[in-house]
Design a binder for this molecule. Sequence first.
Ligand SMILES: [Zn+2]
Length: 368
Amino acid sequence: MSRVALGERLELPRAKLSGELGRLVEAGLVAIGGPAASRGGRRSTLVHLADDLRFLGVDVGATSVTVAVTDGRCEVLASESQDCLVRQGPGPVLGTVRTLADQVLGKAPGRLLGAGIGLPGPVSFREGMPVAPPIMPGWDRYPVRDELSGAWGCPVTVDNDVNVMALGERHAGVARSLDDLIFVKIGTGIGCGIVLGGRVYRGVAGTAGDIGHIRLDDYGPACACGEVGCLEAYFGGAALARDALTLARSGRSPALAEQLEHGGTLTAKNVGEAAAAGDFAAANLVREGGRRLGHVVASLVSFLNPGMVVIGGGVSQLGHPLLAEVRSSVYRRSLPLATGNLPIVLSELGTLAGVTGAAWSATDRAFT
Ligand SMILES: [Zn+2]
């Protein structure tokens, strides 16, 4: 923005502002650009974040890793993804992260000031490490922050993957500039990022928003966490694949049976394709899942009164039929006052939500 606008925003007198900007320019964080558009009177000059500032955003999912390099405004300059199972443990996974980081930094070189990483499990944000993550053997209390910070020579923030996705949508996606929102991720697991008053709410132990293990039925299917009837055991990626296989083998879904024959395996994506092609059993699976998810989201809406519900993650590629089911569940079950002005929408950033939010978290730390 222009010097004049910046001075007004910060309520700083001109001399003080010049002094502070001088310091930032000297530190290489800020650059002075050309003349600003005239607002009448004396023309002001533009100031902006230095062009060579770089931040890394890392999104580790259960089955893949994405690494992006961004500029100081968290615009993604280059990104790389690779299939990678988180259950291999921190050694191989962080090795993949560092290889991908080298690749993206090679494409958009600059001065690395910070990095953020999202992990698919509970994280102690303060200590920068995962804590007793159920799907991540070998990761419990592994010093992720300290290892990467040592390797890259910059501060690193470690957070839960859903929290960074929520921050990404808030910074650059569909929830831009909203202070109160929830981001529901449906992937291999199901989780929820909670942004309240512009900040992520993590809870005492970092497990806030772990909605995948809310029990829906005491006699429901077994869950990876050891309990039964969890939301995730009905509608996580693994549960959908399991149900799709049952439908294909029992002959109730011709479309899924055909996809199974061709591909040898079935995932949530196959369910979406079969449903879109008009397969009754597959469409029913999406409806049932959306209804169950909707029940849980309706409770969250009653409890938190958010300004928006964003749905993302791999299974969200089931798209509008899923969205329609969640919406109808929530609008039917929550108080009219809470839903009167409540958009329930799909993630806009898709696979880049996590890396964008992780980079945002890194800039927040670095600039502070
Ligand atoms: Zn569970």
